[in-house]
Ligand binder design. Structure first.
Ligand SMILES: Nc1ncnc2c1ncn2[C@@H]1O[C@H](COP(=O)(O)OP(=O)(O)OP(=O)(O)O)[C@@H](O)[C@H]1O
Length: 265
């Protein structure tokens, strides 16, 4: 009988991948993130937008504890991923950053071969039992990042020898190689030309089928093109969050409206 509940629909409405409550971030005495609450949906792209210095990158970095590496930075409040408090002392930040990968503004391949750039993470996390399994992870990660055709005949060449756009896709492949569930992207296209940007945007659109993606972007056009939900930050406050189309066509807050119409920022 067709009596099965529509589980997918129910999950869509009730389950967040990431749930942040009352998050504060301080750099010494500077209160950079103030009282942020947000629910981030699984297998979709959420864009963080807002004027320079509003705290987009700071908040993004709380989601995989990258701020732990900054001495003067202090995070308060609750951030849960799949119901697990990621700031619980029991959580190993190295394991967390495999589950919640990150891609940075400037492509930053290791000074190693293309193969070793991808194989590094799976090796340290013990994800492959033998060379064949490692080869398979390298190939499938490059395929998922849309770089296999361009890289398959030069796996032994340095990653730094690729073009900027290819290097950024290599960094995305490197993040994918350790089987993350969430990928954080901090202005991943800002160092790329329009063609490389279009490829990375296409890739982001494909990746959302399998991963939860959060992207910081200065480009409202990019947010509109790649994201399903958008969060607007201003002076450390999350002013408004919602379906991307609503944020761009019918914002509730005057500050959002002023920003998207170019009145400040
Ligand atoms: N490592 C740091 N040490 C001290 N203050 C910092 C540090 N990183 C960021 N800040 C401060 O925190 C605030 C938010 O910065 P953040 O880089 O998160 O903003 P942003 O919205 O990502 O900016 P941009 O769009 O220019 O990258 C700013 O006032 C910034 O000066």
């Amino acid at each position: 009988m067709n009596e099965m509940p529509n589980i997918e629909q129910a999950n869509d409405m009730t389950e967040s991948k990431i749930s942040a409550k009352k998050v504060q971030v301080y750099y010494g005495d500077t209160h950079a993130i103030k009282d942020v609450d947000i629910e981030i949906q699984p297998k979709s792209v959420t864009a963080f937008i807002g004027p320079s210095g509003c705290g987009k990158s700071t908040f993004l970095r709380t989601l995989n504890r990258m701020n732990d590496t900054i001495d003067i930075c202090r995070v308060e409040g609750s951030i849960k991923i799949d119901e697990e408090d990621i700031y619980d002392p029991k959580v190993d930040p190295v394991q967390l950053r495999a589950k919640v990968g990150m891609v940075f503004q400037k492509p930053n391949p290791f000074p190693k071969s293309i193969y070793d750039n991808i194989a590094y993470g799976p090796r340290i996390h013990g994800l492959a039992r033998n060379k064949q399994e490692l080869d398979d992870i390298v190939a499938s990660s490059l395929q998922k990042a849309g770089l296999w055709e361009e890289a398959k005949n030069r796996l032994d060449e340095p990653g730094t020898g690729l073009s900027g756009g290819q290097q950024q896709r290599l960094c995305i492949a490197r993040a994918i190689a350790v089987s993350p569930e969430v990928i954080l992207m901090d202005e991943p296209c800002s160092a790329l030309d329009p063609i490389a940007t279009a490829k990375v945007e296409e890739l982001i659109d494909e990746l959302r089928e399998n991963y939860t993606i959060v992207i910081v972007t200065h480009s409202m056009q990019q947010a509109a093109r790649v994201s399903q939900r958008t969060a607007f930050f201003h002076l450390g406050i999350l002013v408004e969050e919602g379906p991307t189309q609503d944020i761009f066509t019918n914002p509730k807050d005057k500050r959002t409206q002023d920003y998207i119409t170019g009145r400040f920022g």
